[in-house]
Design a protein around this ligand. Structure first.
Ligand code: KIV
Ligand code: ZN
Length: 538
C-alpha cells in the first residue's frame, strides 16, 4: 500500500523568518488560502507569543482557513514556556484540526550557551510543556514536539528527550536539522533511530535547513528512513539559507516514486507554480531563475542540441511536464470579444480558480488591458491575479501625478494624494522621474502622518516581452522610527507606464504600513509595532 507523507508547510512561520519577508495579517491569510488549494496537510501559521500581530494571524487563519470542512490542520509554534503554550492553544482554538507545536533546544551547544540551563532542566520543561499542550488541545488533536538542533544533539540524550515528549503526550516527533549541518546518510541514520524508538507511538517528522544546500536531499533521506511528516516551505524560504522546498520534495516523490517506497502526498502539484508566484509576490522575494521546479528557467531549453532533442521528443530533456506543476506555457489572445468561459478556462490552466464575482472583476481588467496591449499573455494574467490576491487597504489614494525629466538635468515631480477627506499636494526635485515622484509623495506624507517611510528596496521587472509589455514595480518600505527589526511592507504596481507602476507600488506599501499601525489620526506620527522579544526565554 502506498505510504502517504504528511506535508507540513511552514512558509508562514519559518518562511516568514527569512530576512525582509515579513507579511501583514491579510497577506498571511491570502497565502494560507493558497496553501489550502495546494493541498498541504498542515499549515504552520505563526508563533503567537512573538507579537499580537502573530497571534491575530494564527487566529484568523484558524478561523478563515482551518474552520472549513476538509481544511488542512492548522499548527502554530510555542517555546517550552507555559505562557507560549497557552497563547498557542488559544490562537488555534477556531480550527477544526489543530497541531500545537512545542520546541526546545536539546544540543549541548544550545543548552549551555543559549538556554544557560542543564539537560535535566530541559527534560523537565519538555515533560511539563508537552503535557500542558496535550491538556489544552485534548485527545483529538496533535501535539508536536521538536528538539531544536537535533542533528547536533548527543544521540542518547536526544532519544531520552523524544521518549519523554511521547510519554507526556506528543503525537508528532520532529527531528530538525536546525543549522543545515547534516548530510543525507547521517540524517537518514538519525531518523531511523528515532523511528525505531517512537515510530509506533508517534509520527516522526523532518525539518531540514539548507545551509549546505542539502535540505531537500536530507528530507528525502528522512522519508526513506521512515519519516511520515516533512516540514517544508514554498520557494524554500526560511531562516538563513531557508528550509527544504515543498516543490522540490513533492516533485521528487512524484517523479521517482520507486526510490521512496511509493511514498505519495496529497499535494495538487498543478498548484505549485501559482503558490510559488503568490509567495514571491507578497514577500517581494524573487525566485532565482534556475530554481528547481518553479524558477523561470526550470523548463527552458537554451542550447541547440537540447532544443533539437526536446522538439523531437520532450522526454529527452524533461523529466516532468510543465503542466504537472501548473505551467501552461501558452499565450492567450484576449480581445473585447473574448468570452468569459474561455477566460475562466485559461485561468484554470494556470492553476487559478476564483469565485464568480472575482472572475467578473478579473475579466473586466483583462479586457481593459487588452485595449492597451496587443496580446494578453498568461504572465499578464498571473500578474493581475496576484494583484487581486494582495489585499491593499485604500487609506491614501493617488489623485494626480506629473513629472518633468530631461537628459543631464535633475527631474521634478508633483503629486496630489487624497486622505481622510482632504487633498494633499506636494512637489519635489529628484534624481530621475521616479525619485522625484517618490520624494514628492514623502513630502505629502509628512503633512499626512508626520513622518516619512524608509525605502528598503525597489525593483522593476517586465511582465512578458515586447514593446507593449507591462512593467511591474516592487517597493519595500519600513517605518522610519522605532524597532530594531522593523516590519517591512511590500507594495506592487502594474502598468504599461513604469513611472506610474513605481508610484502605485510605493503607495500600496505606504497604505499597508498605515493600516498596520492604524495611524488614521493624522496628528500621530508613524511608529512601527513593537515585537516582543522572544530571544531571552528560548
Ligand atoms: O529549525 C528549527 O529547529 C525550527 C524549530 C522551531 C522546529 O524551526
Ligand atoms: Zn527551522
Amino acid at each position: 500500500m502506498a505510504r502517504r507523507i504528511r506535508i507540513f508547510d511552514t512558509t508562514l512561520r519559518d518562511g516568514e523568518q527569512t530576512p525582509g519577508a515579513s507579511l501583514t495579517v491579510d497577506e498571511k491569510v491570502s497565502v494560507a488560502k493558497q496553501l489550502a488549494r495546494l493541498g498541504v496537510d498542515v499549515i504552520e501559521a505563526g508563533f503567537p507569543a512573538a507579537s499580537p500581530g502573530e497571534a491575530e494571524a494564527v487566529k484568523r487563519i484558524a478561523t478563515e482557513v482551518g474552520g472549513a470542512k476538509g481544511a488542512p490542520a492548522i499548527a502554530c509554534l510555542a517555546r517550552c514556556v507555559p505562557a507560549d503554550v497557552t497563547a498557542a492553544a488559544a490562537a488555534l482554538a477556531p480550527a477544526r484540526r489543530r497541531q500545537l507545536h512545542v520546541f526546545i533546544a536539546t544540543s549541548d551547544i544550545h543548552i549551555t550557551h543559549k538556554l544557560r540551563s542543564s539537560r535535566e532542566e530541559v527534560l523537565e520543561r519538555i515533560r511539563s510543556c508537552v503535557a500542558q499542550a496535550r491538556r489544552l488541545v485534548g485527545p483529538d488533536h496533535d501535539v508536536e514536539f521538536s528538539a531544536e538542533d537535533a542533528s547536533r544533539t548527543e544521540i542518547e540524550f536526544l532519544l531520552t528527550a523524544f521518549d519523554a515528549a511521547v510519554e507526556a503526550g506528543a503525537s508528532v516527533i520532529n527531528v530538525p536539522d536546525t543549522v543545515g549541518y547534516a548530510e543525507p546518510k547521517e540524517f537518514a541514520a538519525l531518523v531511523r533511530q528515532v523511528v525505531r524508538l517512537v515510530g509506533r507511538r508517534a509520527i516522526v517528522s523532518t525539518h531540514c535547513h539548507n545551509d549546505l544546500g542539502l535540505a531537500t536531499a536530507n528530507t528525502l533521506a528522512g522519508i526513506g528512513a521512515g519519516a511520515r511528516q516533512v516540514e517544508v516551505t514554498v520557494n524554500g524560504l526560511g531562516e538563513r539559507a531557508g528550509n527544504a522546498s515543498i516543490e522540490e520534495v513533492v516533485m521528487a516523490l512524484r517523479t521517482r516514486p520507486g526510490r521512496f517506497g511509493g511514498a505519495t502526498t496529497n499535494v495538487k502539484t498543478e498548484q505549485l507554480t501559482a503558490s510559488s508566484r503568490l509567495v514571491s509576490y507578497l514577500t517581494g522575494i524573487a525566485v532565482q531563475p534556475n530554481k528547481a521546479i518553479v524558477g523561470a528557467n526550470a523548463f527552458a531549453h537554451e542550447s541547440g542540441i537540447h532544443q533539437d532533442g526536446y522538439l523531437k521528443n520532450a522526454l529527452t530533456y524533461e523529466i516532468m511536464t510543465p503542466e504537472s506543476v501548473g505551467l501552461s506555457g501558452s499565450t492567450l489572445t484576449l480581445g473585447k470579444l473574448s468570452g468569459r468561459a474561455g477566460f475562466d478556462e485559461r485561468l484554470r490552466a494556470i492553476g487559478v480558480s476564483v469565485d464568480p464575482d472575482e472572475l467578473d472583476r478579473l475579466y473586466a481588467e483583462a479586457i481593459s488591458l487588452a485595449d492597451r496591449k496587443k496580446q494578453v499573455t498568461d504572465a499578464d494574467l498571473m500578474a493581475l491575479v496576484e494583484q487581486h490576491a494582495d489585499p491593499v487597504p485604500q487609506l491614501v489614494e493617488l489623485e494626480h501625478w506629473a513629472t518633468a525629466s530631461r537628459g543631464g538635468e535633475s527631474s521634478s515631480g508633483n503629486v496630489s494624494l487624497f486622505y481622510g477627506g482632504q487633498t494633499f499636494r506636494a512637489f519635489s526635485g529628484g534624481n530621475g522621474p521616479v525619485d522625484a515622484l517618490l520624494s514628492a509623495v514623502d513630502n505629502a506624507l509628512e503633512q499626512i502622518m508626520g513622518g516619512r517611510p524608509r525605502l528598503v528596496d525597489y525593483g522593476l521587472r517586465s511582465i512578458g516581452s515586447g514593446e507593449d509589455a507591462q512593467g511591474e514595480a516592487t517597493v519595500k518600505i519600513a517605518a522610519s522610527a522605532g524597532d530594531e527589526v522593523p516590519m517591512v511592507f511590500t507594495g506592487h504596481g502594474l502598468s504599461t507606464n513604469v513611472v506610474e507602476a513605481s508610484l502605485r507600488a510605493y503607495l500600496a506599501a505606504v497604505n499597508k504600513l498605515l493600516a498596520e499601525h492604524a495611524t488614521a489620526d493624522p496628528a500621530q506620527p508613524v511608529r512601527p509595532a513593537v515585537t516582543a522579544s522572544t530571544e531571552d526565554a528560548m
